[in-house]
Design a protein around this ligand. Structure first.
Ligand code: SF4
Ligand code: SF4
Length: 449
């Protein structure tokens, strides 16, 4: 048995002790996910976050609940083996509730800030389409910086610049960053941007003054398709080439770039071509990872999945896909909406819970007043109960479905569940490949020494 990563001791501490003396036969727990590989069987305990490589014999001992095997005591004490009537879903819910109560409370320190809802592109699918185009004023930017300083206590601030196109009103980012720096506050940030304006002096400023560590940039096609889908307001130039150059420059300046490919039925073939282009263009460029997403999140449509998997495969083949992973800690909340540590600040300074659906209430004040925060978070924290089908799903332990979230449905389609499980298995393989590479690098260093 090889340990790839070890358990989250906080989960084990809140589970009742299970011993071989109290264990009278049973089965493999459903939150244990096994994946055969040539070297043995990868085995991920999604509740305790233990990740192992078992030999075929050890795996057989696990699946047969073999009491004579040397690993039996370990499997029982770590809940790899459970009694026949063990209730996984109830246990996950109880563990999460206890850990939420015990988790050290951090002040509000993660801020999604929209310097503007305006943008220099006109994507047909933009969620801001039809919304009022509004910029943050210099006064609101100053109040926002003061709000950040007042509420974050000793915690380092993390800012997620969002929009609209945040770089379209970069002066707002300047103002807020300058004020935080003048106050001696530690902060880091990331950007969601179309990348068009991320060039030259803007890159330097992003690294030096805004402390930007990473940027997510969307690329929806090869030159013609991209330029048509983005429909930038500029009448000259070639936005596709501009953005690709900016990606390269920003990455070389030390910003980690995540290139997001939004897939739909119409652009899937073009994105396969794009994978080939990116393979060539990104050669030697550090830390750029590419990943695909289904544009409309249509989890019931087999054609949408087919398009998505086709693009994913092309990225894999091109060797440019950002490697996935598996969670090392049990998620205690879903997103910014159901935690007291995070908030979204709109251009007019008002506060809301979700960056994608700012209109979904309740409204809870502005950078000058956040009295209703806790009550709001509690409303957003209400979740749909798990169902029987969740017992067959590899995401069982980490899936949190907020009732108020408009992109979440009460139950999953079979296709969605299969996708979650497939991606978890991919994540296990990727983690193992990284582990192997580290092991090999360690051996090489030891040999040299
Ligand atoms: S859309 Fe849903 S998951 Fe995303 S931030 Fe909003 S509430 Fe959270
Ligand atoms: S992804 Fe769907 S099937 Fe899987 S645990 Fe969540 S709700 Fe259940």
């Amino acid at each position: 048995m090889k340990t790839i990563f070890d358990e989250s001791s906080s989960v084990l501490k809140v589970l009742p002790k299970q011993t071989v003396q109290s264990f009278h036969g049973g089965r493999v727990a459903r939150f244990v996910i096994r994946e055969e590989i040539p070297e043995g069987v990868l085995c991920y305990h999604a509740l305790l976050k233990i990740f192992l490589l078992l030999t075929k014999e050890e795996d057989a001992a696990l699946t047969n609940a073999d009491q004579t095997a040397p690993s039996f005591e370990f499997f029982v004490s770590r809940y790899f083996l459970v009694s026949e009537n063990f209730d996984e879903l109830k246990t996950i819910g109880e563990v999460r509730s206890v850990l939420q109560l015990l988790a050290p409370k951090k002040p509000l320190h993660r801020f999604t800030i929209l310097p503007t809802t305006d943008c220099n592109a006109r994507c047909f699918y933009c969620f801001e389409a039809g919304c009022k185009r509004e910029d943050m004023s210099p006064e609101t930017a100053k109040c926002t910086a003061d709000f950040l300083l007042n509420v974050s206590g000793d915690s380092e601030i993390k800012i997620h610049w969002f929009g609209g196109e945040p770089l379209y009103r970069s002066e707002v980012i300047d103002l807020i960053s300058e004020r935080l720096t003048a106050a001696g506050k530690n902060f880091t940030s990331d950007l969601v941007t179309n990348g068009y304006l991320l060039r030259g002096a803007m890159i330097e400023k992003a690294v030096r003054d805004w402390h930007v560590a990473s940027a997510q940039i969307t690329l929806d096609g090869t030159e013609k398709v991209y330029n048509r889908r983005k429909a930038y307001i500029y009448k000259t130039g070639n936005p596709f080439e501009t953005v690709l150059q900016n990606v390269t420059d920003a990455a070389k300046a030390g910003i980690r770039i995540d290139l997001r490919l939004n897939v739909d039925a119409k652009n899937k073939d073009d994105l396969v071509d794009l994978a080939g282009i990116l393979k060539e263009r990104l050669k030697g460029v550090p830390d750029v990872g590419v990943y695909a997403r289904m544009l409309y999140g249509d989890y019931e449509d087999p054609a949408a999945y087919e398009a998505y998997y086709r693009v994913k495969e092309a990225l894999e083949e091109a060797g440019i896909q950002r490697p996935s992973g598996i969670p090392r800690k049990l998620y205690l909340n879903r997103c910014m909406a159901d935690t007291e540590e995070a908030v979204v600040i709109l251009p007019d300074g008002s506060l809301c819970s979700c960056e994608h659906f700012s209109e979904i209430g309740p409204a809870w004040g502005s950078v000058g007043d956040r009295s209703a925060h806790r009550a709001t978070v509690l409303q957003w924290s209400e979740t749909y109960p798990k169902t029987e089908q969740c017992l067959e799903c590899a995401r069982m332990a980490d899936c949190i479905r907020l009732r108020k979230c408009p992109v979440v449905h009460e139950t999953c389609s079979l296709l969605e569940r299969e996708q979650r499980t497939k991606e978890m298995r991919e994540g296990m393989r990727s983690e193992y490949m990284r582990f192997k590479a580290q092991e090999a690098a360690g051996r090489e260093t030891a040999q040299k020494a």
